[in-house]
Design a protein around this ligand. Structure first.
Ligand code: TMP
Length: 218
């Protein structure tokens, strides 16, 4: 891919909790910076100060009575702020933005996991994100055992469990199915990367997918 083609890209990482996407995002960002790009990393929810306040509400175990619709709207509220405060200005300057989760998380977790359906997610995305979609989404796919095992270990290490960790196994099965369906519906944008193996092996797969953007002449 020529350097100019990389300018202004909006990339996202998706996957189940504990899939390794945050590590892979960091490695891709480092590799692009080493190649001379300016890369902005952001996270959903929480990439802005407003998003950070919303994240605390969303993940607080004390809010276990939160309704599914209220939850979905809060995720979109955080994203609406992020798109205008970070994504649109940075990509307009020619910088690369990489986000840890975006609307596809709402599609998978709220649309499929909570069973709210995908039509409402699509409609809210148009409103919240002003029609801006990621240019490429990397779905780091791991099986449920790996995901739940890593998420559990992380909580033990950090002595913290958030509200989403209390979800049932069936919920996460639906979430994974949501990602699978999404990658079928939008195969050009949403690319599955096998999350098994070493960090380096997965990073090589991520890079190979990133390089395919060139052939699409973004
Ligand atoms: P994280 O641990 O990857 O930062 O994500 C926080 C949790 O929020 C994770 O369990 C997934 C969940 N989530 C949703 O349910 N819907 C969304 O739209 C987003 C962005 C995250």
């Amino acid at each position: 891919m020529s350097t100019t083609n990389r300018h202004g890209l909006f990339l996202t990482f998706e996957g189940l909790d504990g899939c390794g996407k945050t590590t892979q995002l960091r490695l891709l960002a480092e590799r692009l910076r080493a190649a001379g790009e300016t890369v902005i990393q952001t996270v959903e929810p929480g990439g802005t100060s407003i998003g950070g306040a919303i994240r605390r509400i969303l993940l607080d175990p004390a809010n276990d009575h939160m309704g599914a619709t209220a939850e979905m709207l809060l995720y979109f509220a955080a994203r609406a702020q992020n798109i205008h405060e970070i994504v649109i200005p940075a990509t307009a300057r020619g910088e690369i933005v990489i986000s840890d989760r975006w609307t596809d998380s709402t599609w998978a977790y709220q649309g499929f996991g909570r069973g709210l359906g995908v039509d409402v997610v699509r409609r809210l995305d148009e409103i919240a994100c002003a029609g801006r979609k990621p240019d490429l989404t990397i779905w780091v796919d791991v099986d449920l055992e790996t995901s739940l095992g890593r998420a559990k270990k992380r909580n033990e290490d950090e002595a913290a469990a958030d509200r989403m960790d209390a979800q049932s196994r069936a919920f996460y099965e639906n979430v994974r199915e949501g990602y699978r369906r999404l990658s079928e519906e939008e195969p050009q944008r949403v690319r599955r990367v096998d999350g098994r193996g070493t960090v380096e092996q997965v990073a090589q797969r991520v890079w190979a997918v990133f390089e395919t953007l060139e052939s699409k002449n973004v």
